[in-house]
Write a protein that binds this ligand. Sequence first.
Ligand code: PMV
Length: 351
Amino acid sequence: SSSEVYTASTTAPVNIAVIKYWGKRDPKLNLPTNSSLSVTLAQSDLRTHTTASCSPSYPPQDSLLLNGSEQDVSGPRTQACFRELRALRKQLEDANPELPKLSSLPLKIVSENNFPTAAGLASSAAGFAALVRAIANLYELPSSPTDLSRIARQGSGSACRSLFGGYVGWEQGSAADGSDSVAFQVAPASHWPQMRALILVVSAAKKGVSSTTGMQTTVATSSLFPARANETVPRRMKEMISAIENRDFEAFGKLTMMDSNSFHATCLDTYPPIFYLNDVSRAAIKVVEAINKKAGRIVAAYTFDAGPNAVVYYLEEREKEVAGLFKAVLGEKDGWQGERGERVQRDAEGL
Ligand code: PMV
């Protein structure tokens, strides 16, 4: 009937890269200059919950509500996701005339993050992954996670990795249309279930330079960038996949820290320079170095995205040394406890 509402819900978790995506060879399709690799956090940790619905009774414009506030859906990223998903639904409807014609109905998307959206915690990754999967479920598309990663990538590059759990790669691909630029699972979370991620919210402020602008300027101006994209990252991708396969934390940790440093070095080498790390970020690096020095080996590894917040990876058996020391340094903790680690939320004064 004309008032019928069709609906589907899903959740998608945040992922935190250990080999960073930084650089676009095609900004429209979000095709990267290098492959990347991340760990998807547990569903109980940071995640976006999204409900997609459509109805002939809705106002004619598509809409997206995030944490209760209306978002602009007219941008090319969101439009690309809507367009691709509608085209797939249309194919199904053309092949099965008895199916309701959902592809021509306005969409209403309602999303909630269970973490501060402004905190620069890869919220766009979970957001676009959840949006794409919710609409695919609504449309009852037979798409695989790989197919959905190809669509979510056009929303936000890093979002393609949140379609898989555990340890996830994003193959840069070489096709001009992006057909081979998709995410793949390196190993499920159960392969190395002891992995933990501690998230230090150094600043809840929105990032100063957006990842898109930052990437474009780095690619255009950094003299360190070609070596990173063409030599360093391809080598480390292979080493990282082996480290994960062998559950070798020392190798995993060292590669994670060195790749974060390499990424932020190309940011500093950008002109004008981009500074994502601040004094508190550098203090967090010092704490990790002190922990590793005391242990006599790498038991904790920091990484930073396009902002000052630290993510520290460690194994459960090192909980006391790692989370314990951070808590001691930070004082009374204020955060969440999740399956995949304990996240400590503090203000900049904390360290
Ligand atoms: O997906 P975007 O455009 O928000 O870019 C994410 C870039 C980094 O978070 C810095 C690295 C990564 O691989 O997630």
